[in-house]
Structures are given as structure tokens and as C-alpha cells.
Design a protein around this ligand. Structure first.
Ligand SMILES: [Zn+2]
Length: 231
């Protein structure tokens, strides 16, 4: 992956942060912003001392990949899940469909995974052989519970090396995602230059499902699904 799959569109949405490929580095097969690497390694080492094996399940994701997830969910090629993480039927109405996708998938162009500072993580040691991680609330309350309890404790004690959860209860309309951690000192810098106007312009010229619902509701979507997570 010579250019790390970094796309022009995800750069534009986040305000043309002056990134080029030299800002990114590959870690365990995933792409992350170089600035988070030192603290990631510290977090991993610290968790290892408590018997956990921090493993990345997702990191940097370009616009095109988020768009593909979005469009496949809209077409029914990927299963839609309800707020509890259970399979749900695909709404016929475009606006309802859009909100159903938004329950678990970020708006392409506004996903925090475009930043390279956010990671989805699990405890590899808790995974049974051959288990395919789903990233669901059920896993967090099940096999990964001790791991998440330790993470919560470390975050509460300011011992998580700048990593915090951002999708937490009571904030915005995105379902809580315990597995999603963000290196806030780095992401804060990048979020400063986010532009909703640029995002709108990108939607206007992109083949994106639920396009008119997105454009009609963009301001309120930003209030509920984007800005609450600029922390
Ligand atoms: Zn995530």
C-alpha cells in the first residue's frame, strides 16, 4: 500500500489537514497517524502488564471505504443492526434508512476513523481460536468485559496515555462504542479544521446512498452525529 490508501476526500472533509503519507505508519497491518504510535505502544505495554493483549481491529479508514460500507448497508448487502446490535429490517423510506445506517456507521467524510488517531480495539487473549470479532456491545459485556473494565479504570485514573472513549452514553446520537478509543491530544488538533461546507460539497458530487436525505438534514446530522464527538 504505497500511499496507505489515503484519499483526497477524507483529507478535504477534515479541513485539508496537511497530511501526506509521511504522517502515517503501519502498525500490525493497520494505518495510524505517526503521532499516536508512542502512546499506543505505552498503552499496549501497560495493558500487557495486566494480562491483556491489546489488538487493533480497525484504525485509519479512507472516505472511499466508509462510503462503501454506507452504500452496501443502504443496498442491503451488509446487515443493518438496531441499537441493541441485533439484525433489523431495512427501512423503505430513505430518511429512515439513513438513520438506521447511522446507528452504527459514521457519515462518510465525518468518520473519526478518517483521522488516523482513532482505533477499534479488543483483547486478543480473550478471543477463542478462530473467533471473528464483531465489535458489538454483547462482546464488550461478554468476553472483553475484563479488558474494558481495565481500560475504564486506566482512563479514570488518567493512565491511558491520551486515549479516551468518544462514543459514550449521553453524548450525541451515535450508540456507545466501548471498543473505539481515540488519541485526543492528536485528534483535537485535526478536528479544528473540519468543514461542514466542504462535506456538503463532497456529498453533492459523490454517488452516495440516501443523498437527498443527507443533504436535506446535514445541519441537524452534524449537531447529533458529528460535533458532539469533537472532544
Ligand atoms: Zn471505531
Amino acid at each position: 500500500m504505497d500511499n496507505f490508501g489515503i484519499s483526497e476526500k477524507s483529507r478535504i472533509c477534515y479541513g485539508l489537514r496537511a497530511l501526506d503519507c509521511s504522517d502515517f505508519i503501519e502498525v500490525d497491518g493497520y494505518i495510524v497517524d505517526k503521532s499516536v504510535l508512542g502512546d499506543f505502544n505505552k498503552l499496549k505495554a501497560s495493558l500487557s502488564g495486566f494480562g491483556f493483549a491489546l489488538r487493533i481491529e480497525s484504525a485509519y479508514r479512507p472516505f472511499e471505504r466508509q462510503l462503501s460500507i454506507w452504500n452496501r448497508k443502504a443496498k442491503g448487502e451488509l446487515q443493518l443492526l438496531d441499537a441493541e446490535g441485533l439484525p433489523m429490517e431495512r427501512p423503505k423510506d430513505e430518511e429512515q434508512l439513513m438513520y438506521a445506517i447511522l446507528t452504527w456507521s459514521a457519515l462518510p467524510g465525518a468518520s473519526r476513523h478518517h483521522l488516523g488517531t482513532d482505533l477499534d480495539v479488543v483483547d486478543a487473549k480473550a478471543c477463542p481460536d478462530g473467533y471473528e470479532v464483531q465489535l458489538t456491545p454483547a462482546e464488550c459485556d461478554g468476553m472483553f468485559r475484563p479488558f474494558h473494565e481495565k481500560l475504564t479504570q486506566m482512563m479514570g485514573a488518567a493512565e491511558s496515555f491520551g486515549f479516551e472513549r468518544v462514543f459514550v452514553p449521553g453524548r450525541g446520537k451515535i450508540q456507545p462504542e466501548k471498543w473505539h478509543i481515540a488519541h485526543l491530544p492528536t485528534s483535537r488538533k485535526y478536528l479544528e479544521s473540519f468543514s461542514l461546507k466542504d462535506l456538503r460539497a463532497i456529498y453533492e458530487k459523490t454517488d452516495i446512498a440516501c443523498k437527498s436525505a443527507l443533504l436535506d438534514n446535514l445541519d441537524s446530522l452534524a449537531e447529533n452525529y458529528i460535533y458532539p464527538y469533537f472532544v
